[in-house]
Design a protein around this ligand. Structure first.
Ligand code: TRP
Length: 349
């Protein structure tokens, strides 16, 4: 039975500095996947402009996210890193997915409703079409696996529906191509990959809210660019409760802040919460926080340092993106050519 080559695609928006939640929730997982899959990691600048971005800030953020990918351990020899706008196939395929996706599907997208807020009339058409562009990102490479967080699951479902409808609508043309994918169709239906054992990283000021770049308080998050002193201060100021740490995970129930700090420790140290509590059960927060400061500084400040070093040489970062875009383009071009044939466009030679 024919099958698709296993390929991972994922992306992050260059809308502001990445934080610990992006690192533990996504990047560490992306790094690990390089051992088992062919991986394409995109900086989705076209998605970013679905909301207003200051152009100078956008350029800086694209380079900063690129530096974060590299500093976190994505190896440009193994994996492809590039920014979306450099490969024109994203925009081209997005037009075709726009014509496959149904308005009824789009109207169910909960993230659009959240992002557009009350004044929907004033949201951009791009923000509405965002999930269709995301489908195009993934399908342009026939990616089979997509690591995404909970908030993107619905968009990945829409990607699968888009692939399925394209495969059905054009089944006759696809059959004529002799692709060697047998009865699987032209586009694979991409599988979501959930983020492994990594805990959800919550705000340091409120353990019931996700750590977020949009939180007004910078003390609520640890940015990947924070230096050692800033990391230490933020952890020391993190909200806790008056009790000692429990020795088993059950004891974290109803203690959102305690659970978050234990989860962060576990994530940074490649352990489970149970293992962390076996060591720190009975400790007061003062002692546990001191250990967490040491661990967080040891793991994160080299990343911040490497990011600063990379960002000092913009031409080097831009060369990484340019080389990545060429490699991405090489995969995308023949797929895009087939898509144009399938839908019935007439191509130049
Ligand atoms: N929408 C994703 C986010 O905001 C980013 C993204 C764009 C993406 N295209 C993608 C993620 C394709 C995975 C695959 O997090």
């Amino acid at each position: 039975m024919a099958s698709f080559h296993q390929r991972v695609f994922s992306g992050m928006q260059p809308t502001s500095t990445l934080h610990l939640g992006n690192y533990l929730g996504a990047l560490t997982n992306w790094v690990a996947m390089q051992e088992t899959h062919e991986c394409i990691y995109c900086v989705v600048d076209m998605h970013a402009i679905t909301m207003w971005q200051d152009p100078a800030d956008l350029k800086r953020a694209i380079r900063e996210v690129t530096a974060a990918y590299v500093a976190a351990g994505i190896d440009t020899k193994k994996s492809i890193i590039f920014n979306q706008s450099q490969v024109s196939g994203h925009a081209e395929l997005a037009w075709i997915t726009n014509c496959v996706v149904r308005l009824g599907w789009m109207n169910r997208m909960t993230q659009f409703k959240e992002k557009a807020g009350k004044d929907k009339e004033n949201a951009s058409l791009g923000l509405y079409a965002y999930p269709s562009l995301m489908a195009a990102d993934i399908l342009l490479y026939k990616a089979t696996h997509v690591p995404v967080g909970e908030d993107q699951k619905q968009h990945l479902e829409l990607t699968r529906d888009t692939a399925q409808k394209f495969n059905n609508d054009f089944a006759a043309q696809i059959a004529g191509l002799e692709l060697g994918t047998g009865d699987l169709g032209f586009f694979p239906l991409p599988e979501p990959m959930t983020q492994g054992p990594a805990p959800r990283v919550m705000s340091l000021r409120d353990g019931t809210k996700k750590m977020s770049k949009s939180d007004a308080s910078d003390n609520s998050r640890i940015n990947l660019t924070d230096d050692a002193e800033t990391i230490a201060t933020k952890i020391r100021k993190a909200k806790t409760d008056p009790d000692a740490l429990p020795s088993e995970e059950k004891g974290l129930e109803g203690r959102a802040e305690a659970e978050n700090l234990v989860g962060i420790y576990a994530g940074l140290n490649g352990q489970t919460k149970t293992q962390v509590l076996a060591e720190f059960g009975g400790s007061q927060f003062s002692g546990f926080k001191a250990a967490l400061v040491d661990l967080a500084v040891a793991k994160l400040s080299p990343i911040a340092g490497e990011m600063r070093r990379l960002l000092d040489d913009v031409s080097h970062i831009d060369a990484i993106l340019g080389r990545g875009a060429e490699r991405a383009e090489a995969i995308a071009a023949p797929i895009m050519r087939d898509v144009k044939d399938i839908v019935g466009f007439v191509r130049r030679g």
